[in-house]
Ligand binder design. Structure first.
Ligand SMILES: Cc1cc2nc3c(=O)[nH]c(=O)nc-3n(C[C@H](O)[C@H](O)[C@H](O)COP(=O)(O)OP(=O)(O)OC[C@H]3O[C@@H](n4cnc5c(N)ncnc54)[C@H](O)[C@@H]3O)c2cc1C
Length: 480
């Protein structure tokens, strides 16, 4: 049995951010994650550090302001994991929003960033054609070009956790599931299981913070003392990775797809180059299944391919061009507004609940605003322990850089593998491949290192890997 001041449950970006802020303030804290760190929603985003230009339509100015400032901070703090790029928003003749309206929106976007964004530009049709030669030309009026960040979401979360672990008061456990929480003599008793060794143990904590993202309602409803009523409007979003060879694009574009009736369906789809791959997404649909096993449906894949083929008719993109795909659940908080169950219009703001004075539940928000999300909780906890709270601490640079970087991907050497296993906390082969080496499928591997067989490469390193993680030949053959 271990006693600790604070436990943060959930090792996505929100839990990671709170864990780091508490650690930087010297509060003894344990982070507990059921799977691998950043293996759920926080590695399934559209991978943008952004203010959310489309939220301007919902008049969410405060959220956009906050997110733009956070975006510009993290572009500075993690230049190896995030970069600013121009996003093209092409406008066609029958568009719902004409160029003049786009112009106003982009000005407002830069204004809300306190003009820290690189300045937007308006382009005429021939300028857009020159920049995006494969884009359809029929009816093209021009484009607005604004600046946002693209990032490696899994790696930023991991580096936030590594940074917290530089503090002696911090401890992080992946593959540790919290099974139940109960109260005894005013303390929180957490029953946990190490899901690899199956060891069951207890932690006694003064304060408990739930940062469970989409899993919030389902977990809290199992703890009877909270009498938890659901707060989320879960929304599934799917993405495709397509090879940059099949979808050559210098800059991201924002597509406004049409529905079956030929009308604008009020969604946007981003097409974002990331080195040798292009990310396409996302959808926004209701989902009731197992949140730990979310995959794109056939109709979502078709919807994304249809939109691509409408915008890039000559590329003829079919399922055979998909390198890999993924889906996640947005942990949107029901806002009780007139928008009701319209997931696209539901606010991306976060909310903090306190079912008990020593218990915090945080939900909603966006990846980009994670640092701000936990500040109120950390401030409150520091206050309880008589520690001064300094909100600038979480704006300090991160102190441990990942071994393999997304924008300068290189084949890992033996020394790289040793360093990753010793310092980056992978527990399974999948942790190593997906989040530490950034390989989402064997097709991606073949494209990056042609002529080098994936299975053979890792089988050659099997003995070495087995010193650190449990991995078998079957794991290597079947993993992705
Ligand atoms: C399709 C999609 C696109 C998005 N695009 C963007 C974007 O481009 N930019 C942006 O800013 N935001 C974006 N978002 C939003 C952003 O990704 C999320 O808001 C954010 O990742 C949520 O992080 P989280 O830590 O709350 O949740 P999660 O990352 O899901 O973390 C919660 C963790 O809790 C763990 N857990 C659950 N139960 C237990 C238990 N019993 N014990 C221990 N651990 C447990 C889970 O394993 C999980 O890792 C997008 C979201 C989606 C779904």
């Amino acid at each position: 049995m271990k006693k600790v001041k604070t436990v943060v449950i959930g090792g996505g970006i929100v839990g990671a951010g709170i864990f780091r802020d508490l650690a930087l303030h010297g509060v003894e804290t344990i982070l507990i994650e059921k799977k691998d760190f950043s293996s759920q929603t926080s590695e399934r985003s559209s991978k943008m550090l952004h203010g959310g230009i489309r939220y301007l339509e919902n008049m969410d100015f405060a959220l956009v302001f906050e997110a733009l400032h956070e975006k510009n901070l993290w572009l500075k703090l993690t230049p190896h994991l995030a970069r600013e790029v121009p996003f093209y928003l092409p406008v066609f003749k029958d568009a719902k929003r004409p160029l003049w309206m786009i112009h106003i929106g982009m000005y407002l976007y830069d204004f809300l960033s306190s003009f820290k964004n690189s300045p937007f530009q308006m382009k005429n049709a021939s300028e857009v054609e020159a920049a995006l030669p494969d884009l359809k030309k029929v009816g093209l009026n021009g484009a607005g070009v604004y600046y946002d960040g693209v990032m490696d979401d899994a790696k930023i979360t991991l580096e936030v956790i590594y940074d917290a672990l530089k503090e002696n008061c911090a401890c992080a456990m992946n593959y540790t599931e919290v099974l139940t929480v109960k109260k005894l003599n005013g303390k929180n008793i957490l029953k946990c299981i190490n899901t690899i060794t199956k060891e069951i143990f207890e932690i006694i904590a003064d304060q408990v913070i739930y940062a469970l993202g989409p899993f919030t309602d389902r977990f809290l409803q199992t703890i009877s003392m909270y009498h938890w009523e659901p707060i989320l409007l879960p929304s599934k979003g799917s993405h495709l990775w397509i090879s940059a060879i099949d979808l050559p694009l210098q800059s991201p574009i924002v597509m406004t797809p049409k529905n079956e009736k030929g009308k604008n369906d009020d969604r946007v789809i981003f097409v974002i180059p990331h080195g040798d791959q292009v990310l396409v997404g996302t959808t926004e649909v209701a989902f009731e299944g197992d949140y730990f096993d979310v995959r794109p449906s056939a109709s979502e894949i078709q919807y994304l391919l249809d939109a691509l083929n409408d915008y890039f008719p000559n590329l003829k993109l079919g399922e055979d061009k998909i390198l890999s795909s993924f889906a996640g659940i947005r942990p949107l908080v029901r806002d009780g507004s007139a928008n009701g169950s319209d997931r696209g219009k539901t606010s991306r703001e976060h909310k903090i609940y306190q079912p008990m004075s020593d218990t915090y539940v945080i939900a909603g928000g966006k990846y980009t605003t994670f640092r701000i999300m936990g500040q109120d909780i950390t401030r409150d906890i520091c206050h309880k322990y008589g520690l001064p709270y300094n909100e600038q601490k979480s704006a300090l640079p991160l102190r441990q850089v990942s071994t393999i970087l997304p924008f300068e991907w290189t084949l890992p050497t033996r020394d790289d593998l040793i360093r990753i296993c010793e310092t980056e906390k992978p527990k399974t082969f999948e942790d190593l491949i997906r989040r530490r080496l950034s390989i989402s499928s064997k097709k991606v591997w073949s494209q990056r290192v042609p002529g080098k067989d994936f299975n053979q490469f890792f089988l050659e390193h099997l003995l070495l890997l087995n010193k650190y993680i449990t991995v078998t030949e079957e794991d290597i053959i079947n993993c992705i």
